[in-house]
Ligand binder design. Structure first.
Ligand SMILES: [Zn+2]
Length: 349
């Protein structure tokens, strides 16, 4: 590796620029573990994270006691608090040890020093612009493809677990870590045999759209290797979830994979945090559900909360922060009609 120059924490490495993004990520990760004590200590601490597994009928949900996540889970994300702190995703504010590598377009890649995954990255824009998905969905797909099948990418909406709602970013973690990474195919198989509730919205070779309500946290998924088709159908889903609201984006988390085709899982949200978060004393449980939690790994930064976890609590947390079956079924009907109309239009052009 030839380090040519380094400016404002941005690695300008000729070899890096032409290389595959997954290779850049690997090299950056190794570099940071070797040269940044905070990161290496926190990745070491991951090895002692306590895990509980809860078996439901067709899937597993894990609870992790991860004290390193307290800052993110309890982050104040109101406009005033955000405006009063230096943005930790702007290049000029990165600690001297934290290095960035150019990823794709305006995006850079950083090692997340407060990890959940064995390898955990943040992919911020170089511009300090708000966290919004509508115009960036294709970039999420391109970054997912560029990072390859060893990583899962995800997006947390500004009111759905993102601790920097003021700075556009995605995250990436080791594939297979979230339960949904490996459970997804069997869940869709169960949907086909009616063993799990939901709807097959559309199913052709070049595009598949499913809506699943039998997984505790309702989701809509898209599979295709056609970026335009995915973007067009995402736009339909976005508008349906938005329900005429012109100011805010619909609340959602997105999990994105690429292995010969994209697989996009959208979790529509109803609330940022469950009621437990706002309780006092004994009743208080600090959990701030984001894509990873909905992916099947619930993060508890306090041990006393982790001790309280049981199946009922998991069911209730998911129920409180995601949208209801009734609303999902309404969306299913609308979605079927819109997707069919879009497909008919594009096949007659
Ligand atoms: Zn920023």
């Amino acid at each position: 590796m030839r380090v040519e120059s380094e400016k404002n924490n941005l690695f300008l490495i000729e070899d890096y620029i032409a290389a595959e993004l997954s290779w850049k990520a690997e090299r950056l990760f190794k570099h940071q573990i070797k040269n940044w004590k905070l990161a290496s200590d926190n990745y070491d601490a991951l090895k002692s994270v306590r895990v509980k597994k809860f078996e439901f009928d067709n899937f597993i949900v894990e609870a992790h006691f991860n004290p390193g996540r307290i800052i993110s889970s309890s982050a104040k994300v109101d406009t005033k608090s955000i405006s009063e702190r230096p943005c930790f995703l702007c290049i000029e504010n990165l600690p001297p040890e934290q290095k960035a590598v150019k990823a794709l377009g305006d995006y850079i890649i950083l090692v997340n020093p407060f990890p959940i995954f064995p390898e955990h990255f943040t992919l911020p824009s170089i511009n300090h612009v708000p966290q919004l998905i509508e115009s960036e969905f294709k970039n999420l797909l391109l970054l997912t493809k560029a990072l390859g099948k060893d990583y899962t990418l995800f997006y947390n909406g500004p009111k759905c677990g993102a601790s920097a709602p003021d700075h556009l970013h995605f995250q990436a973690g080791s594939s297979g870590f979230m339960k949904i990474d490996t459970e997804y195919d069997s869940i869709i198989k169960l949907l086909h045999s009616d063993a799990i509730t939901g709807e097959i919205i559309y199913e052709e070779n070049d595009l598949k759209i499913y809506l699943v309500t039998g997984y505790l946290r309702n989701f809509i998924s898209l599979e295709s290797n056609n970026i335009e088709s995915l973007a067009g159908n995402f736009s339909i889903i976005y508008k349906l979830l938005n329900n005429g609201n012109k100011t805010d984006e619909p609340m959602m988390n997105i999990i994105s994979n690429y292995d010969n085709r994209w697989r996009i899982i959208i979790f529509p949200r109803s609330r940022h945090r469950p009621s437990y978060f706002f309780e006092e004393g004994e009743k208080k449980i600090i959990i701030s559900p984001a894509a990873v939690d909905l992916g099947g790994v619930l993060i508890f930064p306090r041990e006393e909360d982790f001790e309280k976890v049981n199946k009922d609590l998991i069911i209730d947390i998911f129920r409180q922060v995601t949208i209801s079956n009734e609303k999902m079924l309404y969306i299913a009907d609308e979605l079927k009609e819109s997707v069919f109309r879009r497909h008919k239009r594009s096949s007659t052009v």
